[in-house]
Ligand binder design. Structure first.
Ligand SMILES: Nc1ncnc2c1ncn2[C@@H]1O[C@H](COP(=O)(O)OP(=O)(O)O)[C@@H](O)[C@H]1O
Ligand SMILES: [Mg+2]
Length: 250
C-alpha cells in the first residue's frame, strides 16, 4: 500500500444496503479502494456486482450505509448526482457508444458538454487517446463501422477522456466474441499501468488474477472474501468461494 497514512481512499463504502421490492441485493457492503488500485468484483450472476457499481455511480441510491468519493459522502441525498458522475468513468457490458455520433464526438462529448473544454482541445486529446489504441483512423466513423472490440475500446477511451477519479467497468468483455476479448483486456492493463483507479466486475478470472491488486468475491450481496488474487484464487478461505471458482472453466 502506497501513500501516507493520512491518504484518503478514492472510494470507501461502509455498510451499504440496497433492496429492490422485497429482495435484498446488497447486504452491508464494506469496501475501500485506494488510489491507483484495481479491484475486481467476482461472483455468480445475481450476486450484486452490477448493483454495487450502479450505487457507486449514483444510478441507484443506497437504502442504508455510506459511500465516500475522495472523502466526500456521495450517499448524502443532497449530493449533486451529475457532479459526482462527472468524476467517475463508467463502461457497461454493451450499448456504450451513442450510435448517432461519430467515435470522435462520442469521446469528446463529456469533455465538451460537462467539463466545458473547447472543441479543438477536446478533439486533440481524444485523437491522442484514440491514436494510442490504434483507432485514430476510426475517429470520424460511426460506431456501427467498428468491431465490438473496437467499440468497447472506444467506450473505455470515452470514459477516461475526462480524467475521472475512478473508472467503473461492468463485464466489459462479456458481450464480445472471444477473439475480441484480448484487445479490450489489454487496454485495461494499459490503464492500470498509467495509474487509473479501477473497480471492475468481471468473469475473466485469469485476467482478474493477473491485473487486480485485490479481488472481492460477492456472494448474495455480501463481500464474502476480499484479498489479493493470490489469496482469493490461490487459497480461498471460504467454502463458497472455492465452489464458485471450481465451477469456472480455466
Ligand atoms: N432494478 C432492479 N429491480 C429489481 N431487481 C433488481 C434490479 N436490479 C438488479 N436486481 C436484482 O438484484 C440482484 C443482483 O443483480 P446484479 O447486481 O445485476 O448482479 P450481478 O451483476 O452480480 O449479476 C439480482 O437478483 C437482480 O435480479
Ligand atoms: Mg452484472
Amino acid at each position: 500500500m502506497s501513500g501516507s497514512p493520512a491518504a484518503v481512499p478514492v472510494l470507501r463504502l461502509e455498510g451499504v444496503y440496497k433492496s429492490f421490492q422485497q429482495t435484498d441485493v446488497l447486504r452491508g457492503i464494506d469496501l475501500t479502494v485506494n488510489e491507483h488500485e484495481v479491484v475486481a468484483l467476482i461472483g455468480a450472476s445475481g450476486s450484486g456486482k452490477s448493483t454495487l457499481l450502479r450505487v457507486i455511480n449514483l444510478l441507484e441510491r443506497v437504502d442504508d450505509g455510506r459511500v465516500w468519493l475522495q472523502g466526500e459522502d456521495i450517499s448524502d441525498p443532497r449530493t449533486k448526482i451529475d457532479a459526482v458522475r462527472a468524476r467517475i468513468g463508467v463502461v457497461f457490458q454493451h450499448y456504450n457508444l451513442f450510435p448517432h455520433l461519430s467515435v470522435l464526438d462520442n469521446v469528446t462529448l463529456a469533455s465538451r458538454s460537462v467539463h466545458g473544454i473547447p472543441r479543438r482541445a477536446a478533439e486533440k486529446r481524444a485523437l491522442e487517446l484514440l491514436d494510442a489504441i490504434g483507432l485514430a483512423d476510426k475517429a470520424r466513423d460511426y460506431p456501427d463501422r467498428l468491431s465490438g472490440g473496437q467499440q468497447q475500446r472506444a467506450a473505455i477511451v470515452r470514459a477516461i477522456a475526462t480524467d475521472p477519479e475512478l473508472l467503473l467497468l461492468d463485464e466489459v468483455t462479456s458481450a464480445l466474441d472471444p477473439e475480441l476479448v484480448g484487445e479490450v483486456l489489454d487496454l485495461v492493463r494499459q490503464l492500470k499501468k498509467t495509474g487509473t483507479t479501477i473497480v471492475m466486475a468481471t468473469h475473466e478470472m485469469s485476467f482478474a488474477r493477473d491485473v487486480a491488486d485485490r479481488v472481492a468475491f460477492l456472494d448474495q450481496g455480501s463481500v464474502l472474501e476480499l484479498g489479493t488474487p493470490a489469496e482469493v484464487f490461490g487459497s480461498p478461505r471460504e467454502e463458497r468461494t472455492r465452489e464458485f471458482l471450481a465451477r469456472i472453466p480455466r
